[in-house]
Design a protein. Sequence first.
Lengths: 147, 62
Amino acid sequence: MDKLLDDQIVEQIGEAFAELKEPVQILLFGSHKNCEYCAEVRQLLEEVSATHDKVGVTVYDLQADKELAAQYLVDKAPTILIAAKDGAQISNLGVQFAGIPSGHEFSTLINDVMMVSSRDSGLSAEVREFLKSLNQPLLLQVFVTPT
Amino acid sequence: MAMENPAMIRAEGVEATEFQDLASQFHVQGVPQTVINSGAGMVVGAVPEQNLMAAIQRALTN
């Protein structure tokens, strides 16, 4: 397969990633069945990861790695988790994307990597306090389209 | 938001054309649309964080 990211995009990612602080590990859950875009997503994430040594990527399979998928509450492929990495410790921060992050959603992916790397949500003190006080599960699903 | 309390919160972007069944299950008509706890609440469009927080509070007390 040809490269998905052209030189100009790679340069832009490089400029953004120059600001990276802490390491980030991207976990991809693909599937060998009924996954139209899994190969593209894998290649896309590997090309992004190759632009900076603080960004790693690990590829799993929804069926073959079903225990890990269950642990991370992943139920569809492709699912991309953008996790924090500290030493050998991978911490799932609940930041994830289902589907191929193309078009505008590619910027969202890069921004998510930047945010996780900074370990700072950038939210206001009031909202942070509310979120930290939650003692019941909260699932926020933001439906988007690539354009 | 998930980052602030990952033990409780998950924030998932969902590509609506790839996961059409899920999108139609939650009657997603336009994007972005945020679905809170699988339909307990809903926010259409991109809104300030305060508005989203208010919608979450309403959904959790329902």
